[in-house]
Design a protein around this ligand. Structure first.
Ligand code: CP3
Length: 344
C-alpha cells in the first residue's frame, strides 16, 4: 500500500480514493509543445531523440514544468523493441513508422533472440536523469507496447487500419506468429525490468489495437502474452505498479484484468461509463478517458465533460487522463484549462 508521502498518482494506483484525481496525459511530451518541436529539430530524426539521454530527458520533463502533471512518462516509443531485436526501423516525417516486414520464417529467423542492450542503454540513462530531476511528488511511468500491438507493426512494416497482415499471419501460421509473440514477450520483460531498475515507479503496457481482436484471439494474443509480461516483471519487482491499456477491448476488460493481473487499466473514450463503475472499477483503479478531440476543441463542452468524468469515476480510485494520445494541433490554452478544471 502507498503511504501519504507517495506521489498522488501512486496512491490512486494503490487503490486510494482521492478528493482530486491525479492527472497526466498520454503523449504529453509531443508536437503540441513549441519547446518539444525545438528539441525535435535539434535532434534530427525521431529515433535520434529517443536515443539521446540529454534530449529525451529534457522533453520528458517539459510537460511537468509547464503544467505540473502528477506523473511524467518516459519519452521513447514502443517500436524500440523491434529495433533492439534487430529489425530495421525508421520514421517518415508526417506519416509514421516503417519497418522491414517480418511475415515468414526466414525473416523471423533474422530477428534476434534477445534485445541488444547497447541499443537501449541510452533509454535507461534517460530514466536515471529524469528520476534525479523530478519533484518528489511526481510519479514516473515507463512503458512498452503489448506483444499484439508491437507484432502488428513488425508484420506489416507500418501502421495498418485493420491489422490485416498480422491477422492473416496468425490465421495462416499460428505457430510462427506465436514464436514472434514469444520474442516480444521476453524482450518486453527485460525492457520493463530495466526501466524499473533505472527509476520508474510504474509501467504501462500499450495495446492500441486490442479492440480489433475477437474474443478467442483476444485471449490468446492479448491476455495470455500480457500475463507473461506481468509475471516476468512481478518476479523481480513484486511492488511495481502495472497499468494495462487494452484500447477498444470494451466489455472484455474484466476478463483482461482477471487474466493478466494488471494493477490498473486505462480506458478508451468510447467505453460505457456505467459498465466501468459496475464491472471494472470494483476490480482495479481506472485511468482515462477524455476524448482527445474535445481537448483540442476546448470551450464549455470540455469543462462539462471533465465534470461528467470526475462524477463518474471520482468516487473510487481514479487517475484523470485522455482516452488516447493528445493530438498534435491541441492548443496549449486548452491543456491549461483542463488542468485547472481537474484541480478545481
Ligand atoms: O506518452 C508519451 O508522451 C510518451 C512517449 C510515447 C510516444 N509514443 C512518442 C511518440 C509513447 C508512450 C508512445 C507509444 C506508441 N508509439 C504507441 C502506443 C500508443 C498509441 O498512440 O496508440 C504506438 C502505436 C506507437 C508507434 C508510433 N510512434 C506511431 C504510430 C507513431 C506515428 C504517429 C505520430 O503520432 O506521429 C509514432 C511516433 C511518435 N511516438 C511521436 C511521438 C511524440 C511523433 C514523432 C514526432 O515527433 O515526429
Amino acid at each position: 500500500m502507498a503511504t501519504r508521502d507517495d506521489p498522488l498518482f501512486l496512491r490512486a494506483l494503490s487503490g486510494e480514493t482521492l478528493s482530486k484525481p491525479p492527472l497526466w496525459l498520454m503523449r504529453q511530451a509531443g508536437r503540441y509543445l513549441p519547446e518539444y518541436r525545438e528539441i525535435r529539430a535539434k535532434a534530427g530524426g525521431f529515433l535520434d531523440l529517443c536515443y539521446n539521454p540529454d534530449f529525451a530527458a529534457e522533453v520528458t520533463l517539459q510537460p511537468i514544468r509547464r503544467f505540473g502533471f502528477d506523473a511524467a512518462i518516459l519519452f521513447c516509443d514502443i517500436l524500440v523493441i523491434p529495433h533492439a531485436l534487430g529489425q530495421k526501423l525508421w520514421f517518415v516525417q508526417g506519416e509514421g513508422p516503417r519497418l522491414e516486414p517480418v511475415a515468414d520464417a526466414k525473416r523471423l529467423g533474422e530477428i534476434h533472440e534477445e534485445i541488444d542492450r547497447d541499443v537501449l542503454a541510452p533509454v535507461y540513462e534517460t530514466v536515471r536523469r529524469v528520476k534525479a530531476a523530478l519533484p518528489s511528488e511526481t510519479g514516473f511511468i515507463g512503458f512498452c507496447g503489448a506483444p499484439w500491438t508491437v507484432a502488428t507493426y513488425m508484420v506489416a512494416g507500418r501502421g495498418t487500419p485493420d491489422q490485416g497482415p498480422a491477422k492473416e499471419l496468425f490465421a495462416r501460421d499460428a505457430e510462427l506468429f506465436a514464436r514472434l509473440i514469444d520474442r516480444i514477450v521476453m524482450a518486453s520483460i527485460v525492457h520493463l525490468n530495466a526501466q524499473i531498475e533505472a527509476g520508474v515507479d510504474a509501467v504501462q503496457i500499450f495495446d492500441s489495437w486490442a479492440g480489433s481482436l475477437g474474443e478467442s484471439d483476444f485471449e490468446r494474443w492479448c491476455i495470455a502474452p500480457t500475463r507473461r509480461i506481468v509475471d516476468g516483471v512481478r518476479a523481480r519487482h513484486p511492488k511495481a505498479k502495472i497499468i494495462g491499456f487494452p484500447r477498444g477491448a470494451g466489455r472484455l476488460i474484466p476478463a483482461y484484468i482477471r487474466g493478466t493481473g494488471v494493477d490498473a487499466v486505462s480506458l478508451e473514450t468510447e467505453i460505457d461509463r456505467s459498465f466501468v463503475s459496475e464491472q471494472i472499477q470494483s476490480l482495479v483503479p481506472v485511468q482515462g478517458h477524455l476524448d482527445p478531440q474535445l481537448l483540442r476543441a476546448g470551450g464549455a463542452e470540455l469543462e462539462r465533460e471533465v465534470e461528467v468524468i470526475r462524477a463518474s469515476f471520482g468516487a473510487g480510485p481514479f487517475v484523470f487522463n485522455l482516452g488516447h494520445g493528445i493530438l498534435p494541433d491541441t492548443p496549449i490554452a486548452h491543456v491549461e484549462r483542463l488542468v485547472a478544471a481537474v484541480r478545481a
